[in-house]
Design a protein around this ligand. Structure first.
Ligand code: DAH
Length: 337
C-alpha cells in the first residue's frame, strides 16, 4: 500500500522536476516535497507508528527517494542558473572552452637552441656575425687566398659593392678571435648562402660554427667534445667515426660520421648502405689562421668545427626534402610543436 503510494509520489516528483524552469518554482517544489510540511516529511513522521520490519523497509525507500530528489534538484538549480547567465551575457557558460591555438618554434630554431644548449653545458658562448661579409673574413683570413681552388668549393653570391654573402659561418671564428683574447670557447649559429638549389641544397641555409682555443687543446679534446655532442643530439647509443679530410683552415682536418639513425649501422637507403652519415667538418686550427688574428702559435692551440643545421634536422626527423623547411606549410610546421 504505502509502497505503491511512494512509487506514485516518485513519478510525479520526477515529472515535476523535469518541467521546472525558474528558481521560484524550484523553491515551491522543494517545500512541497522536502519542506517541514512536505510530502516526504509527512511519510517520515508516520514511520514511528509502523511495526519494526515495515519501519525499516519503508524508511529506506523514503531515504533513497529523498536523496534522489535532492540530487536532481541541485542539478536543476545549476541548469537554471546557467541559463540565466546565458540570457544576461549572451554566452553559453556550459559549453567547453575553445583552446587558443598556439604557435611553435620552427624546427630549425629548435635544433639550433638544442645544439647551443649542449655546447653551453661545456662552457661554449653563443656569438654572431654579419651575413654580408668581405672576402677577407670569409676566405683570406681563413687561409683561402685568392688563387686558392677552395674558393670555388663554395659557389659565392657576390654583391655589387664587392662584398659577398658569407658562404659559411667560419668568418665568425676570425671576428671573434680579433675581438676577444684567448682562451675562448664559442659556437656561432647563423644563415649562410651558396648558389645551389635542389632537394638537398637551398641557396640559404644554416650552419653552426664552433671554436675552442686554449693553451693545451688536443685532437682528443676535439673528439671528446664532438662525440658528446653527437650522443646528446642523436641518442646515447650513437657511434661516431672520424675520417681524414681537407679544409684550408684546419690541419689535420676530419669529417665526423654518426652511425645511421635509421638502420643503426646495418646499411639502408638513407646511408647509401654504408651504415654511416656524415654530419660535420672539423680539425685543429691551422697556424695560418692564428697568424691572421695575431695569436701566438707557440702559446695557443685550438680546434674548430662546422655543421649544417638542415642536414642535422633532416637526419633527426627523417625529412628528405630540404625545401620543406622554407615552404612554411602549416601541416609541416605543426608536426614540430
Ligand atoms: N666551413 C666549412 C664548410 O662550410 C665547415 C667547417 C669545416 C668548419 C671544418 C670548420 C672546420 O670550422 O674546422 O664546409
Amino acid at each position: 500500500m504505502v509502497e505503491e503510494e511512494l512509487q506514485q509520489l516518485r513519478e510525479e516528483a520526477l515529472k515535476e522536476i523535469e518541467s521546472l524552469s525558474n528558481l521560484e518554482d524550484l523553491n515551491v517544489f522543494r517545500l512541497k516535497y522536502l519542506g517541514k510540511k512536505g510530502g516526504l516529511t509527512g511519510y517520515l513522521k508516520k514511520l514511528k507508528d509502523l511495526p519494526l520490519e515495515e519501519k525499516k523497509r519503508i524508511g529506506s525507500i523514503l531515504n533513497e527517494l529523498k536523496d534522489q530528489l535532492e540530487i536532481l534538484l541541485a542539478e536543476k538549480e545549476q541548469e537554471i542558473l546557467f541559463k540565466q547567465e546565458d540570457v544576461l551575457t549572451g554566452l553559453d557558460l556550459s559549453l567547453p572552452g575553445r583552446r587558443p591555438s598556439l604557435g611553435g618554434l620552427h624546427p630549425l630554431t629548435q635544433i639550433i637552441q638544442e645544439i647551443c644548449e649542449v655546447f653551453g653545458r661545456l662552457g661554449f658562448d653563443v656569438v654572431q656575425g654579419p651575413e654580408v661579409e668581405t672576402e677577407y673574413y670569409n676566405f683570406t683570413a681563413l687561409n683561402i687566398p685568392e688563387w686558392h681552388p677552395a674558393r670555388d668549393m663554395q659557389a659565392t653570391f657576390y654583391l655589387k659593392n664587392g662584398a659577398i654573402l658569407r658562404t659559411h659561418t667560419s668568418p665568425i671564428q676570425i671576428r671573434t678571435m680579433l675581438e676577444r683574447k684567448p682562451p675562448l670557447r664559442i659556437i656561432a649559429p647563423g644563415k649562410v648562402y651558396r648558389c645551389d638549389d635542389d632537394v638537398r641544397h637551398s641557396p640559404m641555409f644554416h650552419q653552426i660554427e664552433g671554436l675552442m682555443v686554449d693553451k693545451e687543446v688536443s685532437f682528443s679534446d676535439l673528439k671528446g667534445v664532438l662525440t658528446y655532442f653527437a650522443k646528446e643530439v642523436f641518442g646515447e647509443r650513437t657511434k661516431v667515426r672520424f675520417r681524414p679530410s681537407y679544409f684550408p683552415f684546419t690541419e689535420p682536418s676530419v669529417e665526423m660520421d654518426i652511425s645511421c639513425v635509421i638502420c643503426s649501422g646495418k646499411g639502408c637507403r638513407v646511408c647509401s648502405e654504408t651504415g654511416w652519415l656524415e654530419i660535420l667538418g672539423a680539425g685543429m686550427v691551422h697556424p695560418e689562421v692564428f697568424r691572421s688574428v695575431n695569436y701566438d702559435i707557440s702559446l695557443w692551440q685550438g680546434f674548430a668545427f662546422g655543421l649544417g643545421i638542415e642536414r642535422i634536422a633532416m637526419i633527426k626527423y627523417e625529412i628528405d626534402d630540404i625545401r620543406l623547411f622554407f615552404d612554411n606549410h602549416l601541416y609541416f610546421l605543426e608536426c614540430f610543436k
